[in-house]
Design a protein around this ligand. Structure first.
Ligand code: DGJ
Length: 468
């Protein structure tokens, strides 16, 4: 006998047959709609991966040229020892990849990654039809005819002198290994500074923060590490403030250093170093928001996550507030920018001097949460995209007057000779639908896509150039 359980609630809606039917129509329509969105997301994601950018074309006429997709078809030479067919039969080797070739300093195609001095960009000589062209990875000469030394760099536009200042690691010394298993290194020489009105012709302003030759206990002693210097201007104090990664040769100190100057061209006074918020800090950057509040962003906890927190009003210290972001994602080389109220960041993976895949991230609030969008690289070939064009992010320069357009600054490190590391500058455009949205939001693009376009040769739109 079945006894009615008077405590059990009915699972059916308290309505008649007709309304139950219309509810199921609504539910199934919703399911169908979500399915369509998923399919749309998948298609747009596949298009992105295959390099088809039709969906992502920005409407701004000035940037169309920058968004053209340039392919690379580099022939990998046959692996050594496999040239004779008999040898090939005897011991088949795994095929060499472009990354293997890139890392092989004796590669036959070395000149593709590190073009020689004959192809150097010399803004004083390349005037006329050739002017303003960026050639990623070619040697870039300053106005005195010397290769620019500003690695892991950053940029400010100084309203007072109407000029750009590019700061970076001055690495013009011998590369060596401090320990058998240690990373390739160059002794600290200092922070180089270059000025320009057009972002192409660079005058060497000298070493604005110099190494310490004698005092071995000093952070800036040449045997230590100084990387990724970034400068911001403080309107409250009228000072230029430099933040940088300070470490020992084994990267165990994991700290940030702070220096200050009255002028963009230095000299900068070194104030000391700290572990921000009490945590390890390796690759880092600083970002100054529109409201004047500046933030420090650094890789921490063995590079497994990034930390972000505001600086004090004078930019000389961090405030106690800190958030962990991209936790467990193992990212470094952060470069931040902001467009229409949204914060964006490009990061690299953690593989020493070897190139790896870049990712773009976005957030509505700078303190997070930050979402990972995907690989922003377009063009070249698959390997180029998976290796960030054989370079690593360091900074993103806003281009006032061309909304949503930026220059992506990256370093093509040369671990065999770090002083000969190259600069890869490419157009970065924000626009079009997001490329990997469905994990978080059922196909609704939360943020526009961030795209970095490969070009062997490119320049800024002419309207931008004339005004500078
Ligand atoms: C990767 C970092 O991004 C660089 O700044 C440098 O610290 C190298 N690692 C050292 O291997």
């Amino acid at each position: 006998m079945r006894v009615r359980n008077k405590y059990r609630k009915s699972t059916a809606f308290p309505c008649n047959v007709g309304s139950r039917c219309s509810i199921s129509i609504v539910v199934w329509s919703l399911v169908g709609f979500l399915l369509m969105l998923q399919i749309y997301s998948l298609i747009s994601h596949r298009n992105t991966v295959s390099g088809d950018v039709k969906l992502h074309m920005s409407r701004h006429p000035l940037v169309r040229e920058l968004e053209q997709v340039e392919e690379e078809n580099i022939q990998i030479p046959p692996p050594k020892g496999k040239r004779s067919p008999r040898a090939a039969k005897r011991r088949p080797k795994r095929t060499t990849t472009l990354v293997d070739e890139f890392l092989d300093e004796n590669s036959q195609i070395r000149h593709v990654f590190f073009p020689d001095m004959k192809t150097a960009i010399d803004p004083l000589k390349d005037a006329g039809n050739d002017s303003f062209y960026y050639y990623p990875a070619r040697i870039w000469l300053d106005t005195e005819g010397n290769p620019i030394q500003a690695h892991g760099g950053g940029m400010i536009y100084d309203e007072r002198s109407s000029a750009y200042y590019w700061y970076g690691e001055y690495k013009d010394g011998p590369t060596y290994h401090a320990h058998k298993k240690g990373a390739a290194r160059v002794d600290i020489i200092g922070v180089g500074c270059y000025s320009s009105k057009d972002l192409w012709t660079w005058k060497n302003e000298g070493i604005v923060l110099t190494a310490e030759e004698l005092n071995e206990t000093h952070d800036l002693h040449k045997s230590n590490v100084l990387e990724r210097p970034k400068v911001i201007y403080n309107e409250n104090t009228g000072k230029y403030v430099m933040w940088m990664h300070i470490d020992d040769a084994n990267y165990t100190k994991a700290a940030v250093g702070i220096a200050v100057s009255d002028y963009p061209t230095g000299p900068f006074d070194y104030l000391g170093s700290q572990r921000p918020h009490g945590y390890e800090s390796r690759d880092m950057t600083v970002f100054k928001d529109d409201d004047g509040v500046a933030y420090l962003i650094y890789s921490s906890e063995e590079n497994s996550e990034l930390h972000i927190g505001p600086l004090t009003k004078d930019y000389l210290d961090v405030k106690p507030d800190m958030r962990r972001i991209l936790v467990g994602q193992h990212r470094e080389a952060p470069a931040l920018f902001k467009y229409r109220g949204t914060y964006y960041m490009i990061t690299s993976g953690c593989t020493g001097w070897a190139p790896n895949e870049a990712l773009a991230h976005a957030a509505d609030s700078i303190m997070g949460p930050w979402e990972t969008m995907g690989n922003p690289c377009i063009g070249g070939n698959k390997m180029f995209r998976l290796a960030t064009f054989f370079a690593q992010s360091t900074f993103v320069i806003p281009l006032p007057g061309i909304p949503g357009s930026y220059i992506f600054m990256a370093d093509r490190w040369n671990p065999a000779d770090l002083s000969d590391s190259r600069y890869v500058w490419l157009p970065l455009i924000v626009g079009g639908p997001a490329d990997r949205p469905f994990e978080f939001n059922f196909g609704f693009p939360l943020w526009p896509r961030v795209s970095i376009y490969w070009h062997r040769k490119w320049r800024l739109p002419s309207s931008w150039r004339v005004t500078k």
